[in-house]
Design a binder for this molecule. Structure first.
Ligand code: FAD
Ligand code: FES
Length: 266
């Protein structure tokens, strides 16, 4: 561990990570590979809080970990350019560095699943990346993985080939330009499998659908987004309400970003 590039603030880990590679994998969607000691601590479903490498943006930007390679101490992040911060990230190239806080959040619970188990992954748009590590780890344990992904159109489709290595993949597009026309519910409503666990990440509409469809499922998980400031549980900028409570709330950055269905108000 290099003490000059890493320090701990209580439980918060900061590190200057090295950019190993970056490429545009779809229009305005980039995959960046970072290297550093922090990778050892990463789990599927966690996120990194990235400082924008300029003087104009004070707030860090949260981006999910898409895949983890502990042997080479590398992780992949996939992000879409939304505004100024992500536009700056897209200019980085091999040899540059990023100031990273993380890994943040709870991550997906992948425990107690084996070759007898069957899981459903549901992703939408730029919510697909964190599910790649889930598929990789569960497939390695012999778990049967069924994936349903929804995108706006053919140009936005990402990670289909990568996910197909780990199980059956259904792709839907809103405009029917690729795969099955419609949203993920078109496929999911017709599946009669009994899933031991459901992992999902996507736009608010998709998360509401999964929350309702699997409301009472004991192991159905939503990875949620919220505007963040500190990203470490201190400022309460990212809270969600809990059903039937006016006083209790959950912080997406610290208590999430992964929540069981039925446990937060969407
Ligand atoms: C836990 C978590 C994981 C995420 N993972 C990914 C990912 O893997 N890939 C990806 O492309 N995007 C992801 N996002 C969304 C990503 O954080 C925003 O797209 C990004 O912060 C936009 O920054 P910007 O400066 O380009 O946009 P701007 O619109 O200029 O940002 C202005 C401010 O709003 C915040 N903001 C804007 N959009 C969002 C958003 N959707 N969620 C939270 N804060 C937002 C920014 O962080 C910034 O503080 C994730 C968000 C969260 C909360
Ligand atoms: S962003 Fe500060 S508590 Fe979540």
């Amino acid at each position: 561990m290099n003490p000059t590039c890493k320090k701990r603030l209580g439980a918060i880990r900061l590190e200057t990570m090295k950019v190993v590679a970056q490429e545009e994998i779809a229009p305005a969607i980039f995959e960046i590979v970072l290297e550093g000691e922090m990778v050892e601590a990463m789990r599927a479903g966690q996120f990194l809080h990235l400082r924008v490498p300029d003087d104009a943006h004070l707030l860090r930007r949260p981006i999910s970990i898409s895949s983890i390679d502990k042997v080479n101490k590398q992780c992949h992040l996939i992000y879409r350019i939304e505004g100024a911060g992500t536009a700056v990230f897209s200019t980085l190239s091999q040899g540059d560095t990023l100031d990273v806080m993380g890994p943040q959040g709870n991550g997906f619970d992948l425990s107690d699943l084996d070759e007898q188990s069957q899981v459903l992954l549901v992703g939408g748009g730029i919510g697909v990346p964190p599910l790649l590590e889930v598929a990789k780890e569960l497939h390695a344990r012999g778990v049967k993985v069924v994936t349903v992904f929804g995108f706006a159109n053919k140009d936005a489709v990402i990670l289909e080939t990568e996910l197909a290595q780990y199980g059956q993949v259904f792709v839907t597009t809103d405009d029917g330009s690729y795969g099955i026309k419609g949203n993920v519910s078109v496929v999911i409503n017709d599946l009669d499998n009994q899933f031991d666990a459901v992992y999902s990440c996507g736009a608010p509409g998709m998360m509401k659908y999964i929350n309702q469809t699997f409301y009472d499922h004991p192991r159905a998980y939503l990875s949620l987004e919220s505007r963040m400031a500190c990203g470490m549980g201190a400022c309460y900028a990212c809270v969600l309400k809990v059903p039937e409570s006016e006083t209790v709330s959950q912080r997406v950055c610290e208590d999430g970003p992964v929540f069981r269905t039925g446990t937060v108000v969407l």
